[in-house]
Design a protein around this ligand. Structure first.
Ligand SMILES: NC(=O)c1ccc[n+]([C@@H]2O[C@H](COP(=O)([O-])OP(=O)(O)OC[C@H]3O[C@@H](n4cnc5c(N)ncnc54)[C@H](OP(=O)(O)O)[C@@H]3O)[C@@H](O)[C@H]2O)c1
Length: 384
């Protein structure tokens, strides 16, 4: 029985993971689970799965709660979460927290020598160099959960990385792939949250519509697979059947295919290096749609190209970009700015900040908060 912790259990990836545990209760037991605000779902899951340790990471909210579950210990705030990760007997932590808030838990997991099933791509975007250094001193391994990175991980298998020539991530193109550019000013929040192939949390769905998500994934792939960003790119593949390609030095190209369902890469991350029989995705070749590929248009998806450049520049800039993006997304979700303003706010922020090479953790965390607050405060002036 594998003892797992699910961080961000109430989110889209968290719920998909729960579904796997529900269907394989003889394989996995949940020893720790966290959510940020949604305590009612957390408590319901604790009752269903007998989860002994629960954390609500929003401490202010957690302190107000009455009517705690009888059979679970309840903890409040991120510090408690870090302590539990370090102290409990856990075989694998699945980090499905959204955004930069996931970084600390990734670091704690690695420092504790526990394997990390990583959905939280922002951990690597902000602090890939620190994670790489912690991994070199730890028995922990990262198993990617993002479908594109899981595909690459599976295709590379045990091939030495120097025999890998190029990585190509696929992108669905999101809801605005074919929208005439002149209509971009009228895009609504509802249009943006209506992703054509994947059902995900709000932040990653908006990132998919701007394709900032794909830039974050290129940076994630750079750290996971130790390839320069010049050897990683993305292409549009609207059907989301092929999740990535790996080209090897002999010219051979391997792809991983399945109908889009996050449960498959999550299951692989939970069972790696083994595979478990499941009926999640029967990829029947005769029912596949026609598979098409195209290049990403710069005018339509400027944030993909900006994000990739920022990944190449590296240092503190990915943190600055990510914080500006998280603030801009919050503003958009609260209907304070338009879709087209997302890229204006992020570009302006990057142009007005300077880079630092190999920042330490305190600098990353402080910059993350400062830039987020600055964009939230100044957005009206920036957009004037
Ligand atoms: N969704 C997908 O299909 C998908 C695919 C690949 C990769 N990913 C990546 O996986 C991560 C999670 O995505 P998601 O779509 O599952 O997100 P989501 O649906 O928004 O869920 C986020 C989870 O994190 C918790 N959370 C939110 N803010 C937090 C904070 N400040 N501190 C601690 N916990 C916090 C939420 O708790 P509450 O519910 O209480 O707010 C929820 O449990 C992201 O990094 C995303 O890029 C997602």
């Amino acid at each position: 029985m594998k003892k797992i912790a699910i961080l961000g259990i109430t989110g889209s990836v968290g719920r998909s993971t729960v579904n796997i545990v529900r269907n394989h209760s003889d394989e996995f037991t949940i020893v720790l689970a966290s959510s940020h605000n949604n305590y009612s779902e957390l408590f319901n899951l604790a009752a269903e799965f007998n989860i002994p340790n629960l954390v609500l990471t929003n401490k202010t909210q957690a302190e107000k709660i009455t009517g705690l579950p009888e059979n679970s210990k309840f903890y409040r705030g991120s510090e408690d979460l870090q302590q539990l990760i370090a102290e409990l007997e856990i075989d694998l932590v699945l980090n499905a927290i959204s955004g930069s808030a996931g970084l600390i838990s990734s670091l704690t997991t690695i420092r504790s020598g526990i394997d990390l099933a990583l959905a939280n791509k922002e951990s690597l975007v902000l602090a890939g160099h620190l994670i790489e250094s912690e991994l070199s001193q730890s028995s922990s391994n990262i198993i990617p959960v993002d479908s594109e990175h899981s595909a690459i991980f599976q295709a590379i298998s045990s091939t030495p990385l120097e025999q890998v020539r190029f990585l190509t991530l696929t992108a669905s193109g999101g809801p605005f792939l074919n929208l005439p550019l002149k209509k971009f000013n009228n895009i609504t929040l509802e249009d943006t949250l209506n992703h054509p192939t994947w059902n995900m949390g709000n932040k990653v769905t908006i990132d998919s519509a701007t394709m900032m998500n794909k830039a974050l994934e290129v940076i994630e792939a750079h750290w996971l697979f130790k390839k320069p960003i010049a050897e990683i790119d993305a292409i549009i593949h609207p059907q989301s059947i092929i999740h990535s390609f790996v080209k090897f030095i002999d010219g051979s190209l391997l792809a991983q295919m399945s109908f889009p369902d996050m449960q498959l890469p999550i299951l692989y991350a939970l069972t790696y290096p083994d595979r478990l029989a499941s009926d999640i995705s029967e990829t029947d070749l005769f029912s596949l749609p026609e598979l098409t590929f195209s290049k990403i248009e710069k005018e339509r998806f400027p944030l993909y190209f900006l994000g990739r450049e920022i990944g190449i520049e590296s240092g503190l800039l990915p943190t600055i970009m990510n914080a500006a993006n998280e603030a801009a997304i919050d503003l958009f979700l609260n209907r304070k700015i338009r879709f087209v303003d997302l890229s204006k706010l992020i570009t302006h922020t990057i142009e007005n900040e300077s880079n630092i090479d190999a920042p330490d953790l305190d600098t990353i965390l402080q910059t993350n908060v400062d830039i987020y607050n600055k964009v939230k405060q100044d957005y009206k002036n920036i957009l004037k």
